[in-house]
Design a protein around this ligand. Sequence first.
Ligand code: TXA
Ligand code: MG
Length: 358
Amino acid sequence: NTRVWRVNTSEWESGLLNEAAMVLRNGGTVAFPTETVYGLGADARNDAAVARIFEAKGRPSDNPLIVHIANLEQLGELTLPYGETAKKLMERFWPGPLTLVLPVKPGAVSPRVTAGLDTLAVRMPDHPIALELIASSGCPIAGPSANRSGRPSPTHADHVQGDLDGRIDGIVDGGPAGVGLESTVVEIEGDAVRILRPGGITAEALREVSRHVIYDAESVPGEVLSRKALDEKGGTPRSPGMKYTHYAPKGLMQLVIGDADNVSAYIQGQANTAKSHGERAGILAFAEHGTRYEADDVVIVGSLAHPETAAQGLYAALRTFDERGTQRIWAEACPEEGIGHALMNRLVKAAGHRIVRV
Ligand code: TXA
Ligand code: MG
C-alpha cells in the first residue's frame, strides 16, 4: 500500500507529480529524491501528517525536522526577520545542500517539526523533482531523511522501499540522489556561521560568504561527544540530531586512521583474526587500495582522488554489509578536507565512535 511513482527527469512532463502532491496536500507522507539523499515529506503545518513521519521512521520526538521550500515566498510565512548573513547564504547556496537554522514564526508549523525549539531548520533543495513536488503541493514540506531511524540515509528509492514500505503513502522514484550525504546545517550568529552538521556545502565554500566559519564541537570527528559526555557536560546539543548514533551498520564497525600502509596492514590483520574466529569480515576501502585486501566482503566506497564519489557511495556501501550479514567491518579514513569532512563525520558515526589510530 505504498505507491511508487517512477519519474524520469530527462523525459519531464508537467503534471507527473500531481498525484504525489495531492497526497501531501491531504496530510499523507511521500518520500522524494533531493540532491543530497531521499527525504520523507509531509505538510509541515499539519500536526497529524508530521506525526506520521516520526511514527514511520521510529524517530525520537526531540529530534526536529528540516522544512523544505521551493521559493522564497514560502520562507516569509515560516520565519521571523533574519540578518544579512542569512540572506547572503541563501543567495549564494540556494537551491542547494545548505540548511539554515532561523527564528521560527510562532504557529507557522506543527510544534513537532521544531521539537519545541524557537528556531526552524529550512532549506531549498536543488533537485527538479523536489522543487516541483513542493511547489505543486503548495505546502512547506517537513522532510527528514527517508530511512528508519538508526539506518543509513537512503540514496536510492530502493533503500526507501526497504526501510519504509507499507509505513508511508508513497515514494517518488527519481533515480539516485546526488551528493549522497545530507545537507550542511548551519546556525548564524551575527556575521559568524556555525556548522552544526557538516554536509554537502563545505566549510571552504561557506568562507566565500563569511570570514567566521566555526565548527560546532559535536560536528568535528575528532571531538565527537558521546551521549554520555554530553549529559555530563549538561549540554543540550545545538543540533539535537547530532547526539544520536546514526547510520550504524548491523556489523561492528571500526574506523582506522593513519598512514595508508599502516592502515592496510592493520585492517588486513584484524580481518584475518576475525575470520579465524569464524566471523564474517568486511572492509570498506577506497578504490586506490581495493586490491590490497582479502576478506569476505571488500566494498569499495569510491575514490580517494575524487572524494565526492565516496560521498555518493557511502550509504549504499554500508547497506551492502547489512545485506551480506557482515559481522565485523573495518573502514579506511580519508583526509578531512572539502567533502572529506562530512564523509569522516558520517564514518565516525557509523563506527559508533570506535576509532583506532595506527
Ligand atoms: O540533506 C538533508 O538535509 C536531508 C534531505 C532529505 O533534505 N534531510 C535530513 O534530515 O538529513 P534529518 O532529519 O535526517 O536531519 C535533520 C538535522 C538533524 O540533525 C536535526 O537535529 C537538525 O537537522 N535540526 C533540525 N531542526 C533544527 C533546529 N531548529 N536547530 C538545530 N538543528 C536542527
Ligand atoms: Mg537523518
